[in-house]
Design a protein around this ligand. Sequence first.
Ligand SMILES: *Cc1c(COP(=O)(O)O)cnc(C)c1O
Length: 389
Amino acid sequence: MPETRIPMSAPDLTEAERAAVLAVLHTPHLSMGPEYLAFEQAVAERIGVRHAISVNSGTAGLHLCVRAAGIGPGDLVLTTPFSFMASSNVLLYENAVPVFVDVDPLTGNIDPALAAAASADLQTGGAAARRWLPRRGANKGAPLKALLPVDVFGQPADYDALRPAAAGLKIIEDSCEAIGAQYHGRNAGTLGDTGVFAFYPNKQMTTAEGGLIVTDDDEAATLMRALRNQGRAPGDTWLQHTYLGYNYRLDELSAALGRVQFGRLDELLAKRQRVANWYATHLEDLPEIEQPHIAASTTRMSWFVYVVRLPATRRDAVIAALEAEGIPARPYFAPIHLQPFMVERFGYQPGDFPVTEELGQRGLALPFSSVMTEEQVAEVCTALGRALT
Ligand SMILES: *Cc1c(COP(=O)(O)O)cnc(C)c1O
C-alpha cells in the first residue's frame, strides 16, 4: 500500500491556536476556568441563542439533549439511519428506541413526508404505529417523544417541512456536521429545541475532542449544565449531586483552542467553500460522478465533507484504485440500521430503508479540508478519472 499523499481530512491551525493553548498551560486552571465560559459566550452571541453549553464530545452533547427532553426507557424517537452512529446511540444509552424513517435521496436528510406520516401513526398508536416500528425491541404502545433530524454533511434538514411531523414533539437537532450553516437565513443548531455542534479534528472547526449544545430553553440549559458536571445542580457543593450526572466537561485547553477556531469560523468555512468549488469544477468532466446536491433552503452551506456518488457496482473498486495511488476515500455513511448490534437488537434487514442503503452503497467521501490546495483537488480528480476508465 503506497503512502497516503493527501490526507482524508486535516485541522486548520495557526500560531494563534498554539499560543492560546500554551497560555492556558501557564495558569493553574486546566478545567472549569475562564476559557470554557468565554468560548460559550462567544458561540451564544454569534449563533444567537440564550445558552451555549460546552461538552467533551458531540455525542455527550446529544446525550444531554436526550436527557433534557425527558426521553427514557421504551420511549420512541423519530430519526434516520443515514447518519453517524452517535445520533442513534445516544437514544440507546437511555434504552429509548430510534424509530427510523428514510431520507431524501438528494440531500440525505430526513424525508419530511415520511416523518409526518410516521409521527401521525405513532402518536395514534396501535396497529397504525406498527408499520414504522422495528421487528423487535419496541413496544407499539410506547409514546413518541421527540424528532431527531441530522443536518447531514453540513446541510440543514428541511425544518419548515418537518413542522407537521414535529407537532407535539421535542426537536433535537444533530448539527454536529453543520456549524455555521444557514437554513432560510436561520442558523443551524437553532432550528429545534436543542442543537449540538461537534469539534472532532475532522470537523469544520476543532477543539481536539469536544462539542457544544445551543438552546433558548432556560430549564433544559440548567439541567444540562448540571448533568455535564456530575449532576451538580446550582447551589450543590462539590460532593452534592442532585442528579445522576456525567463528567462531560470540556477542559480549558480544548476551550481555548475552540475559542480561536470559532473566531476564525467564517474564514474556515470560506476556505472549505473554495475547496468544494474546485471539486465541482474538476469533476465536471466525469459524467459517472454525481456531485453533492444543495437544497434551495440551504442559504449557507457549511461544507463538512465532500461526498460524491458513484454507480454502486463500481464504488469499492474505485476506492481500491485510489488507495493504490495513495489517495484515501471512504464509503459514507454506512447505514446505522445494518450495524451488527442494531440488527441483533431490533431485527433490521437489508431493504428496510432503501434510500439510505443506496446512498450508503454509492457515497464516496473524497479527501477534504480547508488546507487542501487546488493542485491536490486536481490530483484527486485525475486519479478518480483514471479509476473510472
Ligand atoms: C461528528 C458527529 C457527531 C459527534 O461526534 P463526536 O465524535 O462525539 O464529537 C454526532 N453526529 C454526527 C452526525 C456527527 O457527524
